[in-house]
Design a binder for this molecule. Structure first.
Ligand code: GLA
Length: 387
């Protein structure tokens, strides 16, 4: 990969100088969905698929970006001193946003750079191709310009770019999972404190199978911000009755005790999901640590049901994928993953059952939805690195 990136870089930007190559992963969340902006826990892991970059400092103040995934767009340029979101700059708003965010946080970017990207994460799949570009850009900046931030701050800079430059009000899960990824482990992260531990995901004879609905995203982002607002309102209502900082501070019994403070039934459902999903995530990690993968699988299924019925972020495509998957032999658990409204589901499947499952779910989904899903049998990879 390193050689082919370098070769393409030279072709696009010319030879010479100190060209460095890098990688940052994508992520999949195993459980703990829509909890990260509610002060709850998440349990994502980094993947071995991700985003590659080849980069070199230049001696002018220009940023030149090129993606092998969007060759038709050619080289897109910006000035390092004038970083603004511009629609026509397309995907380069992500790296630009990170450079802007790093500068906002007080880091000095002394000159421009030429960067070539190549991504192996399917776009709009919910496997965080954008967070992967963001964290990778932060990592490239850190290395090329000797910036002093650690990997957690690298993640926070990526989130800041997404929130303030791109305008998506996401939580910290995606950027954190990518920046802090560790091979063979998932990250049990308390999003209220950013305290985290690694949990080994030893899945002897079991594979992680990701299933892409291939549904084109539509209203996803606005619905995401709407759910966030509903939770914030529910929290404010609860705070009139009980002293809490976030929905993640409540357990099930406390929620039941105070839920009447939430005036609307819809907001009550949203808050119930946030509270119970956080509790499920804590229990799921305990189960995994105790070697009880069956319980982990049951909690994944309960997570999907809650996202479907209380949080209402699944939709026909994800529900079909998950329900067809659960009909197959050898399945430990399955659920939607990421923001929802399309994107991917994740399942744990016994190795010998994987091929049969893919064939059966593909046929049933295609019949029901009218187009085929895509499957990825993935491994848990590590965080950003120089190649
Ligand atoms: C998206 C966001 C994350 C998180 C998930 C839902 O991936 O970027 O911050 O909120 O949705 O769990």
């Amino acid at each position: 990969m390193k050689e082919s990136l370098e070769k393409k870089f030279e072709e696009i930007f010319g030879a010479g100088g100190d060209v460095r190559t890098y990688f940052a992963p994508g992520r999949v969340n195993l459980i703990g969905e829509h909890t990260d902006y509610n002060g709850g826990h998440v349990f994502p892991c980094a993947l071995t698929i991700g985003t590659y970059a080849a980069a070199r400092r230049n001696d002018d103040g220009t940023l030149r970006f090129y993606s092998m995934n969007f060759e038709e767009l050619g080289v897109i340029t910006s000035s390092v001193d004038e970083l603004k979101y511009r629609r026509e700059d397309d995907w380069t708003n992500y790296p630009k946003g990170v450079i802007w965010a790093a500068k906002e946080k007080g880091y000095e970017i002394p000159c421009g750079m030429d960067v070539l990207f190549w991504g192996t994460i399917p776009n709009s799949s919910g496997l965080s191709s954008s967070a992967s570009i963001e964290v990778l850009t932060g990592f490239v900046l850190k290395d090329l310009f000797g910036l002093s931030y650690d990997m957690i701050e690298n993640a926070l800079i990526g989130q800041y770019a997404e929130n303030r430059f791109i305008g998506v009000n996401c939580g910290i899960m995606d950027q954190f999972a990518i920046a802090m990824g560790k091979e063979g482990h998932a990250i049990f992260l308390d999003t209220a404190t950013l305290h985290y531990t690694y949990a080994p995901v030893r899945l002897d004879g079991i594979r992680i199978v990701i299933m892409n609905t291939n549904k084109k995203r539509g209203l996803g982002d606005s619905k995401y911000n709407e759910r966030r607002a509903e939770c914030e309102e529910a929290l404010a209502e609860l705070q009139t009755k009980v002293k809490i900082g976030s929905l993640g501070d409540l357990n099930e019994a406390q929620f039941n005790e105070y839920q009447d403070a939430i005036a609307s039934p819809v907001r009550r459902k949203r808050a119930r999901h946030a509270v119970l999903e956080n509790q499920r995530t804590i229990r799921a990690v305990e189960a995994l640590r105790a070697g009880d993968i069956e319980e982990f699988g049951r909690l994944m299924i309960a997570s999907h049901e809650s996202l479907r019925d209380d949080y209402e972020v699944t939709g026909k495509e994800l529900d079909t994928l998950v329900s067809e998957t659960l009909k197959q032999p050898g399945v430990i658990g399955a659920r939607m993953t990421g923001a929802g409204f399309g994107g991917c589901a994740v399942s744990l499947v016994k190795e010998e059952a994987v091929d049969g499952l893919i064939a059966a779910v593909e046929a049933a989904y295609t019949k029901e939805i009218g187009y085929a899903p895509t499957f990825y049998v993935v491994d848990i990879g590590s965080g950003p690195r120089r190649l």
